[in-house]
Design a protein around this ligand. Structure first.
Ligand SMILES: [Zn+2]
Length: 235
């Protein structure tokens, strides 16, 4: 490999351009293992040689100087990371969170939290909390959306599906998200009292249990407003 500072081999450069990365400077803004995760999501058949290539570029060393032990170490470092997939456009994140928020607002009598599940750009399940109206503590928006999506695609595994929910999921829903192997969880606002993603628990940071779900959020505090208003009215 050419050790020239700005050199990225063509076969790699053409793939990196998919992520708006066109030179070494842009590449070095992200961790090498993260870039490999993006590539793996977009081009599933690529080999670990791409990971080793990236490592060499980042560390300005020659590919031919990598030993077998180096490669084992690099692979180990990569496998320690929590999952990341090709980045989503911020417009589509806003669109689906707003959609989930609208679903929640249509529900006048129960806790206004909304969730949608998206697969290949299509909504395949929605849910809103029905706990009070059904006397059923499992009827959280996320679980209702997961059940609807699973029925729709006739599979209990939702590994190519993204779940958008207006507020941070609780421990029960985090468990359901983990079990269904949702690809990405995108949440609007934090839920400081019961949140199990970044507030009271950090379920998905344990990569002994999570090999599938990427966490994106919190996106915007505005998604907690309906919930706040609802709770104030209840008091
Ligand atoms: Zn929940």
């Amino acid at each position: 490999m050419n050790s020239n500072n700005n050199f990225i081999p063509y076969y790699l450069r053409s793939k990196l351009s998919e992520f708006g990365i066109n030179n070494k400077q842009q590449l070095l803004k992200h961790d090498y293992w993260l870039v490999f995760q993006w590539l793996k999501d977009k081009f599933p058949s690529i080999s670990f040689n791409y990971l080793f290539d990236l490592f060499c570029i980042y560390n300005a060393i020659e590919f031919s100087n990598l030993t077998v032990q180096d490669k084992v170490k690099i692979k180990h470092e990569y496998k320690r990371q929590t999952p990341h997939y090709a980045p989503l456009k911020s417009e589509s994140i806003d669109y689906y969170l707003d959609y989930a928020s609208n679903v929640a607002q249509q529900n006048g009598t129960d806790i206004p939290i909304g969730a949608v599940i998206v697969k290949d750009g299509q909504i395949i399940g929605c849910g809103t909390n029905n706990v009070i109206t059904t006397n059923n503590i499992t009827h959280h928006a996320e679980i209702i959306a997961i059940n609807a999506a699973a029925q729709k695609i006739s599979s209990h595994r939702l590994d190519n599906c993204d779940l958008y929910v207006t507020v941070e999921p609780c421990l029960m829903c985090a468990g359901a998200i983990l079990q269904s192997r949702i690809k990405r969880l995108i949440f609007g606002a934090v839920e400081p009292k019961t949140g199990a993603i970044s507030s009271q628990y950090k379920v998905f940071t344990n990569n002994n249990v999570n090999k599938h779900t990427e966490i994106i959020g919190p996106i915007n505090t505005k998604y907690a407003q309906d919930l706040k208003n609802f709770l104030q009215r209840k008091r």
